[in-house]
Design a protein around this ligand. Sequence first.
Ligand code: GDP
Length: 289
Amino acid sequence: MTIQWFPGHMTKARRQIEDKLKLIDIVIELLDARVPLSSRNPMVDEILKGKPRMVLLNKYDLADSQLTAEWVRYFAEQGLKALPIDAATGTNVKEILPRAKELWAHKIEAQLRKGVNPRAVRALIVGIPNVGKSTLINQLAGKKIAATGDRPGVTKGQQWIKVGTEMDLLDTPGILWPKFEDQMVGLRLAATGAIKEELLHMDEIAFFVIKYMVKHYGAALQERFGIAELPEDLDDPNEVVKVMEAVGRKRGAIVSGGKVDLDKASLIIIRDLRAGKLGRITLEVPGEL
Ligand code: GDP
């Protein structure tokens, strides 16, 4: 992801979404199941102005399924139906159409009452960069049409993608910006790969990941890196560094003199987390925020 959001970018992104909102009936808000709140735009309610909406928790394959269930409950309490999906392989993607029709059912019924043939429900996908918008559009279209990868700011003529006969999807998603003010949000987004690495120090992200893993997924951390004992005092940076050193030794991140290369060890931890090699990990717990 290669965009840095400045006020001008946000204003432009917002205008682009507002233009698209005029064309559609319902919004599909895409969040990252590993960080449902940190991957959410802080002004989303205001921007979407009451359009019927569903929430999708993407990258469910990488998230903790028990915590994902808790997040689904969390959104239900706010009146939002959330569905865990894996846009890359298509898990649960078939559930999107029935939910879209449900959101629009009152209009479909009204049209039927008037004797009008109901038209397809028109949908827009919105979400922060890297959350999987293009991947989902491709999955729903059933063929490669939108280019995946990082290409913020790219616009082309608005087109509709037919999802069966009952849903039309705008082929370009609405790009939203994440919440930046909060340092923890930045760390969570960096840990999942949603924001540019150069903006943050690797060791800082690794520190956050280790502390979180020790607290929530200690056994997985021990098993992956062969760590005999986990730190008890997470407020002691030396204890966290000891974990980093264990990782470095296990994976051969050693500089001359036999010392552990902490930058390399940090990178190993972050890459393993993002690739799901530490197991299915969710970095936000509803009750803890
Ligand atoms: P966009 O910027 O929101 O359009 O995000 P992309 O669709 O380009 O996806 C960003 C990255 O996330 C790509 O490397 C995708 O392959 C990956 N990705 C998207 N959905 C999933 C998913 O459900 N699971 C996993 N593991 N990776 C995904």
